[in-house]
Design a binder for this molecule. Structure first.
Ligand code: PRP
Ligand code: MG
Length: 214
């Protein structure tokens, strides 16, 4: 019996946190400590949980410092195209969309040519605009992106849309859906054979949970 543990990264704060912990619990994996202690072990499954910032997780996977992660596909598309995507987990469904002020007379993506777009997803936006032959000036901000048009920082924004309430409350409308996303179990390209065997057990348990949910 191996003494190795599978190292899994889970979002420390944000919308994935609760559902991530819930799915591990439902898979029969108990994690004893709270997330204040940034590393915790399970006592009934060879798993070590690390609570990390969302945006840092792709780099940890790339470096092989963690073996797997519960992460939004949108983050992998933005920062981790080299990382193995793994199974969809059925929660944290959202879109990554472009939005403009309600008063903006939007007909097509061409209307954004030469304008300013605020976003936390520069790679995703650039790729989308390039495909469409549009050039825009990007302002990269890490949060509260929807405020940008109201304070004159940008003409449009690109961010995650889930319920749509943040857009609505800030007087914006969604005009282009760039991609759809949900939580996935992402796998490090550096994972060892021994840990891959633990991963297979975890994947089996997660699949059973997901099957029972539908
Ligand atoms: C996220 C995202 C959107 C919002 C979308 O922000 O950046 O602003 O949620 O959800 P909704 O469509 O259900 O309103 P979050 O609250 O996580 O904060 P942040 O932007 O400061 O990171
Ligand atoms: Mg936000």
């Amino acid at each position: 019996m191996s003494k190795q543990k599978l190292r899994i990264a889970v979002q420390k704060s944000g919308r994935l946190f609760e559902d991530s912990i819930r799915i591990l619990k439902e898979a029969g994996i108990s994690i004893n400590n709270g997330k204040e202690q940034l590393k915790a072990s399970s006592d009934n499954f060879p798993l070590e949980v690390m609570y990390l910032r969302n945006g840092d997780i792709p780099q940890y996977l790339r470096d092989g410092v963690v073996d797997v992660a519960i992460i939004g596909e949108n983050v992998l598309i933005e920062k981790g195209k080299d990382i193995i995507k793994g199974d969809k987990l059925g929660f944290s469904k959202c879109r990554v969309s472009l939005a403009v002020p309600k008063s903006f007379k939007y007909n097509s993506i061409k209307d954004l040519d030469g304008l300013k777009i605020a976003t936390s997803y520069p790679n995703t936006v650039n790729e989308f605009l390039m495909e469409k032959g549009i050039s825009a000036e990007l302002h990269i901000i890490n949060g509260s992106v929807e405020i940008a048009p109201n304070i004159g920082l940008a003409d449009a924004i690109c961010d995650i849309v889930s319920s749509g309430s943040t857009l609505f409350k800030n007087g914006l409308k969604e005009v282009e859906i760039m991609l759809k996303s949900e939580a996935v179990l992402a796998v490090s390209p550096e994972i060892s054979q021994e840990r891959k065997e633990i991963l297979e057990k975890l994947q089996f348990r997660l699949k059973s949970v997901l099957n029972a949910r539908t």
